[in-house]
Design a protein around this ligand. Structure first.
Ligand code: ATP
Length: 576
């Protein structure tokens, strides 16, 4: 699988693998294929550092760590280095115990669970015991999983295609699997269900309280006129608050909170966990809300950055009292043990209003029925005056489409109405050292968009404006822990940065224009052969999108759409 990026071939390999997989290990195989041991939302990290892995290889091979580092430098991949080293060794030893999926999985689990002072030594023992019994190729993959560098290029959709073919005989059934995945965020569980109960089991799959539901996302529109054209005669508009999206699962007194990227973020919001169950007039519910920082004296909404204070590890309590929030509810997905995903928006809104009691802390997001462009203009202006980013437009008779970006919801932001003017969320892949006031810091960052087809990060611009001194310091602190010795293979950039980072951090950028570029790799060859797309006059908006994964960054498809949109706008202007 590592040697191909063709989706059909990958699917074929997976089908063959699944057809030969016993039911009781299918979920484990599905997690391991993605370099995980449990679904993301459980937050189980293997957390093995390169240094520790090198020590384990040294213990298993009898070679010094120096020798192993040398080999690592030559190949640029520790897994591959281990294969080469262990190949020389296996000729002289014999295997003690077979390497089975169960054993690898259980051992990885034990490693992830270890904590405390002796944990490093214990981890090393576990790793080297696996390496002792593994073939050199197995060792390479075990190490890649441990280090988080496994890149088989199998996106969730490819895995679902293969599961559908292997267990139901038809790729057409992928849709049902996708639904199960969208409501559980657990591909292992979906695999287990289709393997043991077939397509019927998947179709009956239900929401599980405390398993996050993948969020519904919105398409963007640029003007009130375009919004009316797309939404029809009557629709709902809500304030688009500039905070953090939270999915709140409540069962009696217990509450758990998930972020937009489905991370369990309960620990950052102890106030929500304590207060919300008291405002909910039903036993088992899943609600969606925007948590927004407020000025306690005036009740005014404050910008998103204010929520950053809650991300500090040890001072949460202080942050909670110093930076108060309100929780602004906009949807209900589960009510009294039943899914509401298929209920139409206007009914869900009524249920929401009945279920959540409003007070100083819990609010219903302001909503208005819109029947004309005037109504919309008016509502947009009010929303911006109260500190919001714009409005969300929602079709009245449509269900909640978990995990999909579609046209049942549209977003209209103020900034869309000028220049390019949409903001992009881009991944920081590299940096150039600063001069003058920025000496010793990263003065300019190299940014990338996400290419979904190849699962890579393609360079799109350098950015050096929009950074205050405070931001420069903060970014330096965050980024210096992400520096890599070699450029990560998922980065596609011809430009050579002074330092390369693990592609993880996402920041928000505005720009005046998208242009064709001979150097940058975003959307290469898509508009013109030999050219990519680049941002002109990019500027950091001050938003670090810590709630987004790199894979949630703006995609090349979105960049192409923006490029085409601006062309169309220029054309329309010329006609006027
Ligand atoms: P953006 O970068 O614009 O926040 P996104 O990619 O995070 O977009 P979108 O679906 O495109 O997600 O925009 C919707 C986001 O807006 C939600 O994720 C949520 O955080 C926020 N939001 C604010 N108010 C609302 C609302 N009333 N209804 C839905 N989402 C809202």
């Amino acid at each position: 699988m590592e040697s191909t990026s063709k989706r059909l071939e990958l699917t074929q390999h997976l089908v063959e693998l699944f057809e030969n997989t016993p039911q009781d290990v299918i979920s484990k195989i599905v997690y391991l294929l993605q370099g995980k041991i449990r679904p993301d939302f459980e937050g189980i990290e293997l957390g093995v550092a390169e240094k520790l892995a090198i020590r384990a290889i040294s213990k298993s091979s009898g070679l010094t760590t120096k020798k192993i580092e040398e080999e690592y430098r030559k190949t640029g991949d520790l897994g591959q280095a281990a294969t080469i080293i262990l190949e020389q060794k296996t000729q002289t030893t014999f295997l003690v115990e077979n390497i089975t999926i169960e054993r690898v999985y259980e051992t990885l689990f034990k490693i992830a669970r270890l904590e405390g002072s002796r944990s490093q030594d214990m981890k090393m023992k576990y790793i080297s015991s696996l390496l002792n019994d593994a073939t050199p190729v197995e060792a390479s993959f075990i190490l890649k999983i441990l280090l988080g560098t496994l890149r088989l290029g199998v996106a969730e959709n490819t895995v679902m295609d293969a599961l559908a073919i292997a267990y139901t005989g038809s790729k057409e059934n992928r849709k049902a699997l996708e639904h199960a995945y969208n409501v559980s965020s657990d591909l292992g569980k979906v695999a287990e269900t289709v393997a043991s109960k077939g397509i019927k089991g998947v179709e009956d799959f239900e929401i599980i309280l405390f398993n996050p539901i993948r969020p519904m996302l919105a398409d963007r529109v640029k003007s009130e006129r375009e919004a009316i054209e797309k939404m029809g005669d009557e629709f709902a508009a809500e304030y688009k608050l500039d905070g953090e999206r939270v999915q709140i699962h409540v069962d009696g007194e217990k509450a758990v909170l998930f972020s937009r990227s489905l991370e369990n973020i309960s620990k950052y919001y102890p106030d929500i966990i304590e207060k919300i169950p008291k405002s909910v007039l039903s036993d088992q519910v899943i609600l969606e809300a925007e948590a927004v920082a407020i000025n306690e004296n005036t009740g005014e909404f404050l910008p998103f950055q204010e929520l950053m204070h809650r991300r500090r590890k040890y001072k949460i309590e202080k942050a909670v009292s110093q930076y108060p929030i309100t929780v602004n509810f906009f949807d209900i997905l589960f009510y009294n043990g039943k899914s509401c995903l298929d209920v139409e928006y206007q009914e869900r809104r009524k249920m929401l209003e009945k279920t959540v009691k409003e007070d100083e802390y819990s609010k219903h997001v302001p909503m208005k029925l819109i029947k004309s462009e005037n109504d919309l203009e008016d509502f947009l202006e009010n929303s911006i005056n109260s500190g919001c980013e714009g409005v969300m437009l929602k079709m009245l008779d449509k269900p909640y489409q978990a995990g999909a970006r579609g046209s049942f919801w549209l977003k209209l932001k103020r900034e869309y109405r000028n220049e390019l003017g949409d903001s992009l969320d881009l991944v920081v892949i590299g940096a150039f050292f600063g001069k003058g006031r920025r000496t010793g810091l990263y003065g300019t960052l190299l940014l990338a968009s996400y290419d979904e087809d190849t699962d890579t990060f393609t360079s799109i611009c350098k950015v050096g404006t929009g950074f205050t001194d405070e931001y420069l310091d903060q970014l330096y602190q965050i980024l210096s822990s992400k520096v890599t010795i070699k450029k990560n293979p998922r980065i596609n950039s011809e430009m050579e940065a002074d330092v390369w980072f693990e592609p993880e951090l996402v920041i928000e950028i505005v720009a005046t224009e998208i242009t064709l570029s001979p150097i940058h790799k975003a959307a290469m060859d898509e508009i013109r052969k030999g050219s990519g797309l680049a941002l002109r006059f990019p500027k950091f908006t001050g938003k670090i999108r810590f709630e987004k994964f790199a894979e949630d960054a703006s995609t090349n498809e979105e960049v192409i759409n923006l490029y085409k949109g601006q062309k169309k706008m220029a054309h329309d202007k010329n006609l006027m």
